[in-house]
Write a protein that binds this ligand. Structure first.
Ligand code: ZN
Length: 274
């Protein structure tokens, strides 16, 4: 084919393509509308879903137990978390040993907190019993108090043993120096979600977010969100860590308040490592 003819053919083809696209405009718009409607219409047709629990407002902690039958423990439970740790009994307790390992970052914003998930066999050993780390997440303010002191932030490390025993390990934070391990996490915190984000090239080591001292308080507690399940072993590290005001502001922008108020002790004893 001569060069000129080839060029003209190419031009013609391009013009035909443009015409077809213009003609297809309304049809494509209709198709898109139909797709949107297919998604939106069932939402309109069905009754509104029951309201979701929150940390404040009309579906806040004081209403949780009224919202669903299986949330009853949130009001009637007698071993609820968090608490104000005031009187403690000093006694020998099993030592904590951390066998935490770094893993590629798996992070999700579930609308209540940001969770970092683990499935890499990181373990907390309590007197020889192994508890496997499932995830850690953040609360602002910290939830558990010590002698009335409220902490601006806390991290909860949730573990599960083979028998299903849940262990929540709490690291409290005071305002102070910038925390380097948090600094690495903060830019990767999703502002909304789910789904979970996996960053294979960004590693997170949960051991970097533990205090130097393994001294702790322990009490019999619960999940701090509905359904407020009891039978959770609650371990609060005595030595708080620090985070900077800028870091706290960054977290507060995601969750201005995602902590349950302190709960009544109902005669529980808080033990403390000597
Ligand atoms: Zn928590």
């Amino acid at each position: 084919m001569p060069t000129e003819t080839r060029t003209i053919t190419a031009h013609t083809r391009r013009r035909d393509e443009t015409d077809r696209r213009n003609r297809a405009g309304p049809a494509r718009w209709l198709a898109r509308w139909a797709r949107c409607a297919a998604v939106a219409l069932p939402l309109v047709a069905h009754a509104a879903p029951p309201p979701h629990w929150q940390y404040s407002g009309p579906y806040g902690p004081a209403q949780w137990a009224e919202m669903r039958k299986d949330y009853a423990l949130c009001a009637r439970g007698r071993r609820q978390s968090p608490i104000d740790i005031v009187a403690t009994r000093r006694q020998a307790q099993p030592q904590l040993q951390f066998d935490y390992r770094s893993a590629p970052l798996r992070i999700v914003n579930d609308g209540h907190t940001v969770r970092v998930r683990f499935a890499n066999g990181s373990r907390l050993l309590i007197g020889g019993h192994a508890e496997t780390l499932q995830q850690f997440h953040f609360h602002i303010p910290g939830g558990d108090r010590v002698q009335g002191e409220s902490f601006p932030m806390a991290m909860h490390f949730l573990h599960k043993s083979r028998s299903g025993q849940l262990v929540a390990l709490v690291v409290l934070f005071r305002l102070g120096a910038r925390n380097e391990a948090l600094a690495a996490l903060l830019p990767n915190m999703p502002e909304a979600g789910p789904p979970e984000r996996v960053l294979p090239d960004t590693r997170v080591d949960p051991a970097d977010l533990l205090p130097a001292s393994n001294a702790y308080y322990a009490y019999d507690g619960s999940l701090t969100a509905p359904p407020c399940t009891e039978g959770v072993r609650w371990i609060v590290m005595q030595q708080p860590l620090e985070l900077s005001a800028v870091q706290l502001a960054r977290l507060s922008a995601l969750f201005p308040n995602n902590a349950r108020p302190v709960q009544a002790l109902h005669g529980r004893v808080v033990t403390q490592t000597p």
